[in-house]
Design a protein around this ligand. Structure first.
Ligand code: ATP
Length: 535
């Protein structure tokens, strides 16, 4: 925490004892910020001073509120590099790959290490100078998975903490409205007492419902908190329009192949893996220069890296996970066979396997995406429940957005099942909401249930076809559209009544027998859209 401590009589405020303005206890200036955080949340203990609290280690303020970032790494040096480059050997690489996923370990801390996204973060962009000046506006970061939304928030967190701003993280998948209220009240206290700003980062903000989003709207408006939301979903549909209008929407793109190559190259360098150009031999006897100090050097083909950069489809997490699995599999194979002198070589095939395990090959924006959804639609239409499930799983296991599939099911419910089973639409909407509430992987079975229901359901395109006929009729019409017949018009004013609006209209409930009355314009009299065939 970087808060300026409250005034003390002594010249060095960090050494002087100061009084906490909340609980009025005295404690060393150096401890005031840590103490204050706990005190504002009612967590400071009644006895002892701030140092004693710090030494005892107090519990995190709230289970769902975690401080945003770990201790910053030295500038320009990734955590893996900090672990030392004595590596290159299988044992040190295996150690580095243990624990947290590689993607997390390599998450950059500074804008300088953030790769790509030139359009929104380049030197000419609006955002970059603001971030560099620590003037962070409320932002919605919108982009596909693994493109760097959380990473950008993490960088903002690191730099804003240096500036004395608090940074609090909530995940919309687990946080409750009360958690948001807690953050807001802390932010109000901080602002009122210490003029200290709070940035609230909400991951997957689209998972918050409207009421939850409403909770922080006024506080964003009056500047109590600066909101940074991350979402993979189009914010126009998923974020309150009032909230949206108070935030800048930053559209992050899939990382380019070149950007992915930079990220992967950085990863292999951090691990101490040597990259082999085309035609280079990997054995230590052939190169004469195994990785320094390694008993079992590890190499990767340049081609393997470029293939990985291409196949991960702009998702850095997928690329780094694929690399990690490929390396771990090769190391395990080396250990199992006891081979040692020539080291391990990671080829294109190995990274494909690594990717296949972490992420079934599936191009979410490319042709495969459309091919698979088309195959699913046709299998359900053909009432083949077996094939329907297969295509669903191909998409979900490949990383498809479950809400995309759910939206297609809503459409299918009306287009193909229609009034043959009107409950299908309810099923589809419920499936969409279920997916929205719980996300992957739990929502996969919701979609599977809906898909099988649809494959088994009776089918009718009666309404779909009739509506297409109406659209066709409108499209083919030349000249002005026929006026609404006077008797069908509402007549809320005397003038309208005088003009004949509503005149002659037969109010059906007043009649025992079926009413003879025209509802179509005069020139369409007798047209039946349910019988007409669309040409
Ligand atoms: N622009 C980038 N520069 C460098 N590394 C990146 C970048 N984007 C992502 N990464 C790497 O990929 C990992 C995953 O990225 P991140 O968590 O930021 O993705 P995201 O967009 O928040 O994805 P999701 O929507 O799935 O949460 C990071 O830990 C980091 O190692």
């Amino acid at each position: 925490m970087q808060l300026s401590p409250p005034q003390s009589q002594e010249s060095n405020p960090m050494l002087a004892r100061v009084q906490c303005p909340v609980c009025l206890r005295e404690l060393p200036g150096a401890d005031i910020n840590a103490h204050l955080d706990r005190c504002l949340q009612g967590g400071a203990e009644a006895d002892g001073d701030g140092r004693a609290e710090a030494e005892r280690g107090s519990p995190p303020p709230c289970k769902k509120l975690r401080p945003a970032a770990p201790a910053p790494a030295a500038p320009g040096c990734s955590p893996l590099q900090q672990q030392g480059r004595g590596g290159g050997s299988s044992s040190s690489i295996a150690q580095q790959l243990a624990g947290k996923p590689l993607a997390d370990k390599l998450r950059p801390d500074t804008l300088g290490d953030y790769v790509g996204q030139e359009r929104v973060l380049g030197a000419q962009s609006l955002l970059r100078p603001l971030l560099e000046a620590h003037e962070v506006p409320s932002l919605i970061l919108w982009g596909p998975p693994g493109c760097g939304k959380t990473t950008l928030a993490h960088i903002i967190a690191s730099s804003s903490r240096k500036n004395g701003t608090r940074f609090v993280t909530l995940s919309a998948t687990s946080a409750k409205t009360n958690d948001v209220r807690d953050v807001i009240s802390q932010a109000q206290n901080e602002k009122r007492l210490f003029k200290r700003k709070t940035i609230l980062f909400i991951d997957e903000i689209h998972r918050f419902n409207k009421a939850q989003q409403d909770t922080f709207l006024p506080h964003v408006e009056c500047g109590t908190v600066t909101l940074i939301g991350a979402t993979t979903e189009n914010p126009s549909f998923q974020v309150n329009s009032a909230l949206l209008s108070r935030c800048r929407v930053i559209v992050l793109e899939k990382l380019s192949v070149e950007a992915m190559e930079v990220i992967l190259m950085r990863a292999v360098r951090s691990l101490g893996i040597r990259v082999l150009g085309q035609g280079e031999q990997h054995s230590s006897s052939a190169t004469g220069s195994p990785s320094e100090g390694s008993e079992f050097p590890v190499y990767i083909e340049e081609k393997a890296l470029s293939t990985l950069a291409y196949l991960c489809d702009g998702d850095a997490r997928t690329g780094l996970n694929g690399l990690q699995l490929a390396v771990q599999a090769r190391l395990a194979a080396g250990v199992a066979t006891g081979s040692s002198t020539d080291g391990a070589l990671i080829t294109e095939e190995h990274v494909k396997e690594g990717l296949q395990r972490s992420h079934i090959l599936y191009d979410r924006a490319g042709e495969e995406h459309y091919n698979c959804i088309s195959a699913l639609h046709k299998s359900m239409r053909g009432s083949d429940e077996n094939a329907s499930l297969y295509w669903l799983a191909r998409m979900l296991e490949g990383g498809e957005d479950p809400l995309y599939v759910a939206r297609r099911l809503v459409r299918f419910a009306s287009e193909d099942i229609g009034l043959a089973d009107p409950l299908a639409l309810t099923q589809a909407v419920a499936a969409y909401q279920g997916c929205h509430f719980i996300g992957m992987p739990e929502c996969e079975v919701i979609l599977a249930q809906c898909v099988v229901y649809f494959a088994r359901a009776p089918k009718s395109i009666e309404v779909y076809r009739a509506y297409s006929n109406v659209k066709e009729c409108l499209r083919m019409h030349t000249g002005p559209l026929p006026p609404v017949p006077l008797h069908l018009r509402n007549a809320p004013t005397r003038l309208m009544k005088n003009l004949g609006y509503g005149k002659g209209y037969k109010y059906n409930p007043m009649y025992k027998e079926p009413v003879e009355q025209d509802y179509l314009p005069e020139e369409l009299k007798g047209v039946n859209f349910f019988k007409e065939q669309k040409t």
